[in-house]
Unconditional design. Structure first.
Ligand code: ZN
Length: 286
Protein backbone atom coordinates (compact mmCIF):
# COMPACT_ATOMS: atom_id res chain seq x y z
CA UNK A 1 0.00 0.00 0.00
CA UNK A 2 2.77 2.40 0.99
CA UNK A 3 4.70 1.48 -2.13
CA UNK A 4 1.71 2.10 -4.38
CA UNK A 5 1.15 5.56 -2.83
CA UNK A 6 4.82 6.34 -3.27
CA UNK A 7 4.63 5.30 -6.94
CA UNK A 8 1.54 7.47 -7.39
CA UNK A 9 3.43 10.39 -5.85
CA UNK A 10 6.41 9.85 -8.17
CA UNK A 11 4.12 9.65 -11.21
CA UNK A 12 2.32 12.84 -10.17
CA UNK A 13 5.66 14.60 -9.68
CA UNK A 14 6.86 13.45 -13.09
CA UNK A 15 3.63 14.68 -14.61
CA UNK A 16 4.18 18.10 -13.06
CA UNK A 17 7.79 18.23 -14.27
CA UNK A 18 6.58 17.22 -17.75
CA UNK A 19 3.95 19.98 -17.68
CA UNK A 20 6.51 22.58 -16.66
CA UNK A 21 8.96 21.43 -19.36
CA UNK A 22 6.35 21.37 -22.12
CA UNK A 23 4.87 24.75 -21.21
CA UNK A 24 8.39 26.22 -21.14
CA UNK A 25 9.06 24.93 -24.65
CA UNK A 26 6.23 26.72 -26.40
CA UNK A 27 7.60 29.35 -28.76
CA UNK A 28 5.09 32.02 -27.78
CA UNK A 29 4.72 31.48 -24.02
CA UNK A 30 7.24 33.65 -22.25
CA UNK A 31 6.16 33.15 -18.67
CA UNK A 32 9.63 33.62 -17.24
CA UNK A 33 10.15 37.15 -18.53
CA UNK A 34 10.19 39.42 -15.52
CA UNK A 35 8.05 42.49 -16.10
CA UNK A 36 8.94 43.86 -12.69
CA UNK A 37 11.30 46.85 -12.95
CA UNK A 38 11.82 46.09 -16.61
CA UNK A 39 10.51 47.33 -19.92
CA UNK A 40 9.92 44.51 -22.40
CA UNK A 41 9.59 45.18 -26.12
CA UNK A 42 8.39 42.47 -28.48
CA UNK A 43 8.98 42.83 -32.20
CA UNK A 44 6.48 40.19 -33.24
CA UNK A 45 7.27 38.26 -36.41
CA UNK A 46 4.35 39.04 -38.72
CA UNK A 47 6.17 38.36 -42.00
CA UNK A 48 6.31 41.45 -44.22
CA UNK A 49 4.84 44.01 -41.80
CA UNK A 50 5.19 45.58 -38.35
CA UNK A 51 3.75 44.67 -34.97
CA UNK A 52 5.41 45.80 -31.75
CA UNK A 53 4.28 45.30 -28.16
CA UNK A 54 5.78 47.35 -25.33
CA UNK A 55 5.16 46.32 -21.71
CA UNK A 56 6.17 48.58 -18.85
CA UNK A 57 4.68 49.51 -15.46
CA UNK A 58 1.77 47.08 -16.02
CA UNK A 59 0.84 49.01 -19.16
CA UNK A 60 0.73 47.70 -22.71
CA UNK A 61 1.34 49.70 -25.88
CA UNK A 62 0.80 48.09 -29.27
CA UNK A 63 2.33 49.74 -32.32
CA UNK A 64 0.73 48.34 -35.50
CA UNK A 65 -0.90 44.95 -35.93
CA UNK A 66 0.81 43.19 -38.84
CA UNK A 67 -0.99 41.93 -41.94
CA UNK A 68 -4.40 40.31 -42.17
CA UNK A 69 -2.62 36.99 -42.87
CA UNK A 70 -0.79 37.20 -39.54
CA UNK A 71 -3.74 38.33 -37.40
CA UNK A 72 -4.29 34.93 -35.75
CA UNK A 73 -0.60 34.71 -34.90
CA UNK A 74 -0.71 38.18 -33.30
CA UNK A 75 -3.87 37.44 -31.26
CA UNK A 76 -2.33 34.15 -30.04
CA UNK A 77 0.97 35.83 -29.22
CA UNK A 78 -0.72 38.56 -27.16
CA UNK A 79 -2.99 36.09 -25.35
CA UNK A 80 -0.06 33.78 -24.61
CA UNK A 81 1.66 36.75 -23.02
CA UNK A 82 -1.35 37.30 -20.77
CA UNK A 83 -2.45 40.51 -22.47
CA UNK A 84 -6.10 41.32 -21.87
CA UNK A 85 -5.95 45.10 -22.09
CA UNK A 86 -4.06 47.35 -24.47
CA UNK A 87 -3.69 50.76 -22.82
CA UNK A 88 -2.66 52.30 -26.12
CA UNK A 89 -2.73 51.24 -29.74
CA UNK A 90 -0.91 53.32 -32.32
CA UNK A 91 -1.66 52.52 -35.96
CA UNK A 92 1.36 54.24 -37.55
CA UNK A 93 -0.23 54.61 -41.00
CA UNK A 94 -3.05 52.90 -42.90
CA UNK A 95 -1.13 50.38 -45.03
CA UNK A 96 -2.23 46.73 -44.87
CA UNK A 97 1.11 45.48 -43.52
CA UNK A 98 0.55 47.70 -40.44
CA UNK A 99 -3.22 47.64 -39.91
CA UNK A 100 -4.24 44.35 -41.60
CA UNK A 101 -4.78 42.64 -38.24
CA UNK A 102 -6.12 45.72 -36.43
CA UNK A 103 -9.85 44.90 -36.61
CA UNK A 104 -9.19 41.51 -34.95
CA UNK A 105 -6.96 43.03 -32.28
CA UNK A 106 -9.61 45.62 -31.40
CA UNK A 107 -12.30 42.92 -31.21
CA UNK A 108 -10.19 40.55 -29.07
CA UNK A 109 -8.81 42.93 -26.44
CA UNK A 110 -9.94 45.75 -24.22
CA UNK A 111 -8.54 48.93 -25.79
CA UNK A 112 -8.28 52.15 -23.80
CA UNK A 113 -6.96 54.65 -26.34
CA UNK A 114 -6.44 54.38 -30.09
CA UNK A 115 -4.18 56.71 -32.08
CA UNK A 116 -3.71 57.06 -35.85
CA UNK A 117 -2.59 59.86 -38.19
CA UNK A 118 -5.34 61.84 -39.87
CA UNK A 119 -5.47 60.01 -43.20
CA UNK A 120 -7.89 57.50 -44.65
CA UNK A 121 -7.44 54.54 -46.99
CA UNK A 122 -10.01 52.88 -49.23
CA UNK A 123 -9.06 49.34 -48.26
CA UNK A 124 -10.85 46.47 -46.53
CA UNK A 125 -8.29 46.60 -43.70
CA UNK A 126 -9.02 50.27 -43.05
CA UNK A 127 -12.80 49.86 -43.25
CA UNK A 128 -12.71 46.80 -40.98
CA UNK A 129 -10.57 48.73 -38.49
CA UNK A 130 -13.09 51.60 -38.46
CA UNK A 131 -15.96 49.11 -38.07
CA UNK A 132 -14.29 47.46 -35.06
CA UNK A 133 -13.54 50.83 -33.46
CA UNK A 134 -17.20 51.89 -33.91
CA UNK A 135 -18.47 48.62 -32.44
CA UNK A 136 -16.46 49.35 -29.30
CA UNK A 137 -17.34 53.05 -29.20
CA UNK A 138 -13.69 53.97 -29.62
CA UNK A 139 -12.74 57.28 -31.16
CA UNK A 140 -9.52 57.76 -33.11
CA UNK A 141 -7.19 60.22 -31.41
CA UNK A 142 -4.95 62.04 -33.86
CA UNK A 143 -1.30 60.97 -33.88
CA UNK A 144 0.86 64.05 -34.36
CA UNK A 145 4.08 65.60 -33.04
CA UNK A 146 4.36 66.16 -29.28
CA UNK A 147 1.41 63.95 -28.33
CA UNK A 148 2.53 61.99 -25.26
CA UNK A 149 1.41 58.59 -23.95
CA UNK A 150 1.46 57.90 -20.21
CA UNK A 151 3.30 54.62 -19.64
CA UNK A 152 3.88 55.22 -15.94
CA UNK A 153 6.87 56.16 -13.78
CA UNK A 154 10.37 56.52 -15.27
CA UNK A 155 9.05 56.59 -18.83
CA UNK A 156 8.50 59.17 -21.49
CA UNK A 157 6.73 58.44 -24.75
CA UNK A 158 6.37 61.16 -27.37
CA UNK A 159 5.16 61.18 -30.95
CA UNK A 160 7.50 62.95 -33.39
CA UNK A 161 5.47 62.82 -36.62
CA UNK A 162 3.63 63.24 -38.98
CA UNK A 163 4.57 66.93 -39.16
CA UNK A 164 2.32 67.90 -42.05
CA UNK A 165 -1.38 67.33 -42.73
CA UNK A 166 -0.88 66.14 -46.29
CA UNK A 167 1.65 63.91 -48.04
CA UNK A 168 1.83 62.34 -51.49
CA UNK A 169 3.23 59.09 -50.08
CA UNK A 170 1.15 57.43 -47.34
CA UNK A 171 4.36 56.13 -45.70
CA UNK A 172 5.24 59.68 -44.68
CA UNK A 173 2.11 59.91 -42.52
CA UNK A 174 3.78 57.34 -40.24
CA UNK A 175 3.77 58.22 -36.58
CA UNK A 176 7.31 57.95 -35.21
CA UNK A 177 7.60 57.52 -31.44
CA UNK A 178 10.48 58.18 -29.06
CA UNK A 179 10.24 56.08 -25.92
CA UNK A 180 12.49 56.18 -22.88
CA UNK A 181 12.57 53.97 -19.80
CA UNK A 182 15.07 55.42 -17.32
CA UNK A 183 18.27 55.64 -19.43
CA UNK A 184 17.18 53.25 -22.18
CA UNK A 185 15.85 54.88 -25.32
CA UNK A 186 13.93 53.51 -28.30
CA UNK A 187 12.86 55.05 -31.58
CA UNK A 188 9.95 53.51 -33.49
CA UNK A 189 9.51 54.85 -36.99
CA UNK A 190 6.74 53.03 -38.89
CA UNK A 191 7.47 53.47 -42.60
CA UNK A 192 8.72 57.09 -42.60
CA UNK A 193 10.63 57.94 -45.76
CA UNK A 194 13.60 60.31 -46.04
CA UNK A 195 11.20 63.28 -46.37
CA UNK A 196 9.59 62.63 -42.98
CA UNK A 197 13.00 61.83 -41.45
CA UNK A 198 14.19 65.26 -42.60
CA UNK A 199 11.11 66.95 -41.08
CA UNK A 200 11.79 65.19 -37.78
CA UNK A 201 15.44 66.29 -37.96
CA UNK A 202 14.35 69.87 -38.70
CA UNK A 203 12.24 69.94 -35.54
CA UNK A 204 15.38 69.46 -33.47
CA UNK A 205 14.21 66.47 -31.40
CA UNK A 206 16.74 64.50 -29.41
CA UNK A 207 16.78 61.44 -31.65
CA UNK A 208 19.58 59.51 -29.91
CA UNK A 209 18.22 56.05 -29.22
CA UNK A 210 19.74 52.78 -28.05
CA UNK A 211 17.26 50.85 -30.19
CA UNK A 212 16.06 51.89 -33.63
CA UNK A 213 13.13 50.19 -35.35
CA UNK A 214 14.58 50.71 -38.82
CA UNK A 215 12.09 52.70 -40.96
CA UNK A 216 10.09 51.02 -43.72
CA UNK A 217 11.42 47.46 -43.31
CA UNK A 218 14.96 48.57 -44.23
CA UNK A 219 13.96 50.11 -47.59
CA UNK A 220 16.52 52.28 -49.41
CA UNK A 221 13.97 55.11 -49.52
CA UNK A 222 14.43 55.61 -45.75
CA UNK A 223 17.27 55.73 -43.21
CA UNK A 224 19.23 58.71 -44.53
CA UNK A 225 22.80 58.91 -43.24
CA UNK A 226 21.99 62.15 -41.37
CA UNK A 227 19.00 60.58 -39.62
CA UNK A 228 20.97 57.46 -38.73
CA UNK A 229 23.89 59.51 -37.38
CA UNK A 230 21.52 61.42 -35.08
CA UNK A 231 19.90 58.23 -33.77
CA UNK A 232 23.21 56.36 -33.54
CA UNK A 233 21.64 53.12 -32.28
CA UNK A 234 23.37 50.20 -30.53
CA UNK A 235 20.63 47.87 -31.75
CA UNK A 236 18.75 48.11 -35.06
CA UNK A 237 15.63 46.02 -35.58
CA UNK A 238 14.29 45.34 -39.07
CA UNK A 239 10.78 43.92 -39.36
CA UNK A 240 10.38 42.18 -42.73
CA UNK A 241 9.25 38.94 -44.32
CA UNK A 242 11.48 36.11 -45.55
CA UNK A 243 12.31 36.53 -49.26
CA UNK A 244 9.83 39.41 -49.58
CA UNK A 245 9.15 40.77 -53.07
CA UNK A 246 10.38 44.28 -52.14
CA UNK A 247 13.95 43.16 -51.50
CA UNK A 248 13.72 44.48 -47.91
CA UNK A 249 16.01 45.08 -46.18
CA UNK A 250 17.97 46.92 -48.84
CA UNK A 251 21.72 46.25 -49.02
CA UNK A 252 22.49 49.98 -48.87
CA UNK A 253 20.61 50.29 -45.55
CA UNK A 254 22.28 47.17 -44.14
CA UNK A 255 25.72 48.53 -45.11
CA UNK A 256 24.99 51.83 -43.31
CA UNK A 257 23.95 49.95 -40.18
CA UNK A 258 26.98 47.63 -40.34
CA UNK A 259 29.29 50.68 -40.55
CA UNK A 260 27.83 51.87 -37.24
CA UNK A 261 28.81 48.54 -35.69
CA UNK A 262 25.36 48.15 -34.20
CA UNK A 263 23.72 44.79 -33.55
CA UNK A 264 21.15 44.06 -36.26
CA UNK A 265 18.12 41.91 -35.57
CA UNK A 266 15.71 40.92 -38.34
CA UNK A 267 12.34 39.28 -37.93
CA UNK A 268 12.87 37.37 -41.22
CA UNK A 269 15.96 35.71 -39.72
CA UNK A 270 15.50 35.96 -35.94
CA UNK A 271 11.67 35.60 -35.82
CA UNK A 272 10.13 37.16 -32.67
CA UNK A 273 12.64 39.55 -31.11
CA UNK A 274 12.19 40.39 -27.43
CA UNK A 275 14.34 43.09 -25.87
CA UNK A 276 14.39 43.60 -22.11
CA UNK A 277 15.80 46.59 -20.30
CA UNK A 278 16.07 47.49 -16.63
CA UNK A 279 16.56 51.08 -17.75
CA UNK A 280 20.34 50.69 -17.98
CA UNK A 281 21.28 47.62 -20.04
CA UNK A 282 19.31 46.12 -22.91
CA UNK A 283 19.44 42.41 -23.64
CA UNK A 284 17.69 40.05 -26.00
CA UNK A 285 15.53 37.31 -24.51
CA UNK A 286 15.88 33.99 -26.31
ZN1 ZN B 1 5.20 48.76 -44.03
Amino acid sequence: MIKRNKLKYILLSLNLVFLIITSGCSSTVKTNISLENNMVTHFIDVGQGDCILVQVNNKNLLIDSGTSDSKERVIKYLKNNNISKLDYIVATHPHDDHIGGMASVIRNFEVAEFYAPKVIASTDSFENMIGSLKSKNLKIKVAKPNVTLDLGPSTSCTMLSPSKVSYKDTNNYSCAIKLAYKNSTYLFTGDIEKLSEQEILNKGYDLKADVLKVPHHGSSSSTSQEFLNKVSPQIAVISCGTSNSYGHPNKETLDKLKKLNCTIYRTDLDKNIILITDGVAISRYD
